[in-house]
Write a protein that binds this ligand. Structure first.
Ligand SMILES: NC(=O)c1ccc[n+]([C@@H]2O[C@H](COP(=O)([O-])OP(=O)(O)OC[C@H]3O[C@@H](n4cnc5c(N)ncnc54)[C@H](OP(=O)(O)O)[C@@H]3O)[C@@H](O)[C@H]2O)c1
Length: 248
């Protein structure tokens, strides 16, 4: 019986570590063709080679999601190699944290560029193909911070709220094309994300919190697989999950 994943061409941004890498491994093991994007080309190339050695289909394209032409090149490469794009997972992201009065303007700019513009560019790169196919699935990664905001997390939470707003607008717009849209909002997951916190005191506190509660990245991979594996007439619009021990 088909799992509704086998044979699908799935593009994943931020596939060089954490959630994106875990999703790539899991979806590949379920028979998907995965097309991996991230800036660290060495990492995604090694992952693609590993998956191909297991007889899966995979392709790596070094991509900076803050550059629309590069995101378009990633999606174009997927279609050139595999003739279609079934799923786009806009996952690349950063989580710098700091009170606004520390004026970490560089952090604000990078967070907005990657977490909001990167998602928009991913949507923009796949929509022409998916509208033509009259089929497809766009999965955007938000966060618990897309539902809640705490001191020190204003900019990150703003970007993750934006991902949910963009996803809902997208959902309404793509109805005529039978394109599905899913937002996945994880709580604390054990990845490299806390390395993107540039303030040493906040980084240390956040790493301590993650060490206590964070769950493995395959939790995300299973959530993605659940959404993709539904029958085509069922659109899982939103998944919010946390470690059982996480209060926030
Ligand atoms: N871990 C959590 O607790 C958690 C919770 C909620 C939501 N999330 C979200 O999950 C997503 C993935 O994060 P993660 O936890 O897996 O962290 P991670 O291990 O640090 O992975 C982040 C990924 O994003 C990529 N990336 C960063 N900037 C990029 C850019 N300019 N262009 C292309 N790729 C870029 C990184 O690749 P390169 O550095 O190689 O480019 C990496 O593959 C993020 O959107 C994050 O906000 C995570």
């Amino acid at each position: 019986m088909s799992n509704n994943i086998e044979g699908k061409v799935i593009v994943i941004t931020g596939a060089s570590s954490g959630l994106g890498e875990a999703a790539a491994r899991h979806l590949s093991s379920e028979g998907a063709t995965v097309v991996l994007g991230a800036r660290r080309g060495d990492r995604i190339r090694a992952l693609a080679e590993e998956l191909i050695a297991r007889r899966a289909k995979a392709l790596a394209v070094a991509t900076d999601v803050t550059n629309f032409d590069q995101v378009k090149r990633l999606v174009d490469a997927a279609v050139q190699a595999f003739e279609r794009v079934d799923v786009m997972i806009n996952n690349a992201g950063l989580m710098p944290q700091s009170p606004l009065d520390r004026l970490k303007v560089e952090d604000w700019n990078r967070t907005i560029d990657v977490n909001i513009k990167g998602v928009l560019y991913g949507i923009g790169a796949v929509l022409p193909y998916m509208e033509k196919q009259r089929a497809g699935h766009i999965i955007n990664v938000s966060s618990v911070a897309g539902h809640k905001v705490r001191a020190g997390g204003a900019v990150y939470a703003a970007t993750k709220h934006a991902v949910r707003v963009i996803s809902e607008g997208l959902r309404e717009e793509v109805k005529p094309y039978d394109i599905r849209t899913t937002v996945i909002s994880p709580g604390a997951v054990d990845t490299e994300l806390t390395d993107s916190i540039t303030e040493p005191d906040i980084s240390a506190n956040t790493k301590r919190f993650y060490a206590q509660v964070a769950v493995p990245a395959d939790s995300f991979a299973r959530a993605v697989a659940f959404a993709i594996s539904q029958p085509v007439e069922i659109d899982i619009n939103e998944i919010l999950y946390r470690p059982t021990r996480q209060e926030y």
